[in-house]
Write a protein that binds this ligand. Sequence first.
Ligand code: ATP
Ligand code: MG
Length: 704
Amino acid sequence: YFRSLENNGIHLNKAQLKAVRHVDGPFLTLAGAGSGKTTVLVCRTGYLMTVKKVDPRQLLLVTFTKKAAMEMKARIAKLPGVNKSQADKVMAGTFHSFFLYLLRSQGNREEILSSERQKQIILKQIQRSKGIHDPYEPEVLLSTLSFYKMNLIDRGDWPSSTQVEKEKNEILIAFENWKAENRKMDFDDILVYAYDLLIHNPSLTSSLQKRFQYVMVDEFQDTNLLQYSLIKLLVKGHRNLFIVGDDDQTIYSFNGARNDFILNFDNEFPEAEMTTLDLNYRSMPDIIGLGNEVIRHNKKRRVKMLKPTKAGRINPLYSRPSTTDEEAEWTLKKVQTLIASGKYSYKDISILHRTASSSRAMFERLLLEEVPFITYNVHDQLFYEQWIVKPIIDYLRLALVPRNFEAIEGILPTLFVGREKGIQYILNQERSNRKKYPIIHLTTMNHIKSFQVKKIKDRLKLIKTLQNEKPVDAIKMIRKEFYDTYLECAEQKKVTEHKEVLKETLNELEASAKRFDTVSTFLTFIENMKKKHEELQNISKAEKKDALSLMTIHRSKGLEFPVVFLIGACEGNLPHSSALDIEKLKDRNTFSSGKDMLGDAIEEERRLAYVAITRAEEELYISSPAFYQGEKRDISRFIVSAFQKDTVKKPISKKQIPKTKKKVKAWICTSQECIAWQRIEEGEIGGKLCPLCHSRMDIGIKEV
Ligand code: ATP
Ligand code: MG
């Protein structure tokens, strides 16, 4: 078996062999990125099947994302001595897919409530019916609920000492009841129901324990208490639990992931054998070096140093564009050069971003340049179609064409008028009375309340004034009209973290609109984007086989690409502003029960940076736009601290630039994409190469 593996190009090292050959009892492989953990898991699967003749139906492999599960299956099918039908018999999936399969096999037929938006609407309705006027953001309520569930905190133990907590609990319980009455469950419920089922049905549990003799979990560092408890139930008795993971890659703390589970694995399984892997097979030495430099600043970790197996010098390249649009342009130019060189195709390239709204500029650029690309994000939606943005665009459309009925329909919820009913009413009135501004018909609707009439009239006034504004000013006016009061209110009540997402999205919208002089050119641009997006969605699967990927760092976990671009590496994005607000967050009621579980948010952000960097095999590009979502931003502290070698001094954060500027003679990198400079030491002469990007350095004057 091992010889055939070698013929397939996989020469397992000693530590890997130890893990792969392990058969009975618990086993932990704790090792850094790209060291071959997933490889070990896959090869062990083959070893058990072909050498140990284990029935493939007795194997269960669990991982976190659908894409990772699919890749795992594909890799198993390619193992020597494993045919397709055997590979198909191995149970390999995500936590959710496996436990959903289990529930369904036990007769559960509840419909899955997968839309976050729908859940939010239900929560709003519940609040309204209870006479509570929106002080609790649905997103926050949902994350609280999820936190309780993932940490197995029973209803009776939910914190309830304050009025706020009591009120929240009441809403959440009503939400749970609504789901039960309507025979629906959400993704969290899949795991909760499965846990209840296993706890209350010992004969089922023991039959599962018999069926799955060997249980393996990839990316174990991201398991939460509920997931860990489920796994422990499955392996009770035989204890054949084989896990691999990297505590430096815990990036789902918000979902209850706790990297102490992997670090303290031997508390639960004292007999566990263990190995670490310290050779990196994935990345070029300088990429590994950068990864190590970034992560070593974390305090809560087990120190690991990865040694490269690949040789060659391709340095990560850094750039500091002025805006995200410029960043996107720069990236695309690089992409085209890489493709033109013939060395790479689109599928080799991945662009990673921190949050959904931070990919707006890149998404547009890719559409404009007609690059085939795939987003692995949950919503493959155009920025302007998102629920926060769409009504604003509809206001702009109405400013140009007041008789645009589709746009009228789009803004009805912002007038607190039901969509279907409202538009029906307007269309009926239109038959006898055609108005220049059909929206005014609404004021004559039955049962319309006086506050709604006022809103309709105010908004009509607004629509009339928008037409001649610059698009960015028009958006500011709309924002003022119906988001700012809401945001202020949220600020005062300190009940929401969701306001961050809202603010970010609106700032990004303004940054986008700033590029256009008139509302009509902005809207034409959006129409064009929509068309291009539709075209992209219609291209065939075959064509998509060679597509670039644009995804969040979270989604990139476990994957690898020859070329990686990490965009938006600036303060406020990576680390994200929510992490910078951690002190506020810790005070918040939401997590009063789990303050200690929150962990250090900055460390989590640093792990995200580490995950992003370590996805790259050969080339890595990092960029930090100077203006991000309309605000001036410093370079990400993670990048700065990694590049802060003794010899390289760069102007880094504002704090570090002394107020009185002094002119010094310095080496300055000639590459516009690089920010490096160094003081000239006495006696130094020309011919120096930049330590960051290897371009030539020139002598010049630097203000410090
Ligand atoms: P991550 O922490 O990102 O999940 P990982 O530890 O799971 O990484 P793998 O994805 O298993 O790492 O391996 C990284 C790369 O190294 C893969 O391309 C894999 O094929 C290759 N690889 C792993 N082990 C070996 C080996 N012994 N010989 C050659 N290549 C290897
Ligand atoms: Mg892996």
